[in-house]
Design a protein around this ligand. Structure first.
Ligand code: IMP
Ligand code: MG
Length: 357
């Protein structure tokens, strides 16, 4: 018998499922602090694997490991703990920057040997993809070749990791790893970007080209019954980088929040546009992703700015509408908890520092 790592009430009715999956999903526009939550969970739970399930070099995860700051783009956070870390089949793998990242980690004292893998069927970003994306300006992409790569993938003209000899030592078959062996696995699936950037549910065309929802994790070959927890991650305010107007004019507080929150892109260095927390979007994202645990980061930034507000936009583009201001953080927390009462209050965490959840 294969041991089921879940407590009895969480066990699947299907007894051939041997993998248990926790998913991390961003409920906004990326940059909500998923890297920190992943880092925290890797310390708390006994994961056997960490897998990135979407996106590629467009992502930037800022991680503080033993007091040292690392910015990763493609390699999952499990590598910091010697956990098998996989670039999943839903990702966009840029071999050039992947090898650079491996080197950066090794230089920083993080051993990658025998720990970092790439799904043999993950698609490859080429120089042509990057050149084409470099000329893009309508969406305001990160210019990492993401759109052109996914177009090639779905147009059935792309190349996969197994076609690149230099990647041979890193290849892994996700079916063999997670479904075929009589061996249980406890997997953390790390998302990139976020719900507001999702190809189907984001504000199209101001989106990325991958599936950023919890469903995107399953596309990497995991049965739906394998899911245990979905960790939704959001910020106490919102940020967005890209070509559309997002930040309301005539609000000097956003300049302050940008500075206090260090809201500059980890990948491109671009200043992130800011806005107050969009509650209907948060609710929609939490419901559609089946969030069971919710982390709302950077309350400390609002505390330092001395302003706590949420908004309920009247149009789908997120502009205008009603803004509710609070005098204290506790009032804002209670308001948010009430709105999201389908998530038990004990499972909603408001984080006040870059190191803790
Ligand atoms: P692309 O993913 O590079 O094609 O960019 C599409 C849109 O998603 C642009 O608005 C990017 O700024 C945004 N984007 C892509 N990746 C990230 C991310 O990791 N954090 C925040 N925004 C992102
Ligand atoms: Mg980021």
């Amino acid at each position: 018998m294969v041991p089921d790592l879940r407590p009895p009430h969480e066990r699947s009715i299907i007894n051939h499922v041997v993998t248990t999956l926790d998913i991390i999903v961003d409920l906004q526009y990326g940059d909500s602090g998923k890297g920190k939550v992943a880092h925290f969970l890797c310390q708390k739970k006994n994961y056997t694997h960490v897998i990135r399930y979407n996106g590629g070099g467009n992502a930037g995860h800022t991680i503080f490991h033993k007091g040292v700051k690392f910015v990763t783009h493609q390699v999952p956070v499990g590598v910091f703990f010697g956990i098998k870390s996989i670039v999943g089949s839903g990702c966009a793998l840029d071999p050039e920057t992947f090898f650079e990242e491996i080197q950066m980690l090794e230089k920083g004292g993080i051993s990658t040997k025998g720990k970092v893998f790439v799904a043999k069927n993950v698609h490859i970003v080429t120089n042509e993809h990057k050149e084409e994306d470099g000329r893009e300006s309508k969406v305001g992409t990160t210019k990492r070749g993401i759109g052109p790569m996914y177009r090639a993938k779905y147009g059935r003209t792309g190349a996969r990791a197994e076609d690149v000899p230099a990647l041979k030592p890193y290849l892994i078959d996700l079916y063999e790893e997670f479904n075929s062996k009589n061996k249980s696995a406890l997997v953390l699936a790390e998302g990139a970007q976020g719900f507001g950037l999702d190809i189907d549910w984001g504000d199209y065309p101001y989106v990325t080209s991958s599936h950023c929802t919890a469903a995107g994790a399953l596309l990497n070959g995991f049965p739906p019954q394998s899911v245990r927890d979905v960790w939704g991650v959001a910020k106490a305010y919102e940020t967005y980088v890209g070509a559309k107007d997002f930040e309301p004019k005539n609000e000097p507080l956003f300049e302050k929040i940008r500075e206090l929150g260090q809201e500059f892109g980890a990948t491109t260095g671009r200043a992130r546009q800011c806005n107050w927390l969009d509650l209907p979007l948060l609710e929609k994202a939490a419901r559609m992703n089946g969030v069971t645990k919710l982390v709302i980061n950077k309350i400390d930034v609002l505390n330092r700015a001395g302003a706590w507000k949420v908004r309920e936009p009247k149009d789908p583009l997120g502009m205008g509408g009603k803004i509710t201001a609070f005098k204290k953080p506790e009032q804002m927390k209670a308001f948010v908890r009430k709105r999201l009462k389908f998530i038990p209050a004990k499972n909603i965490f408001f984080s006040e520092s870059a190191e803790t959840v």
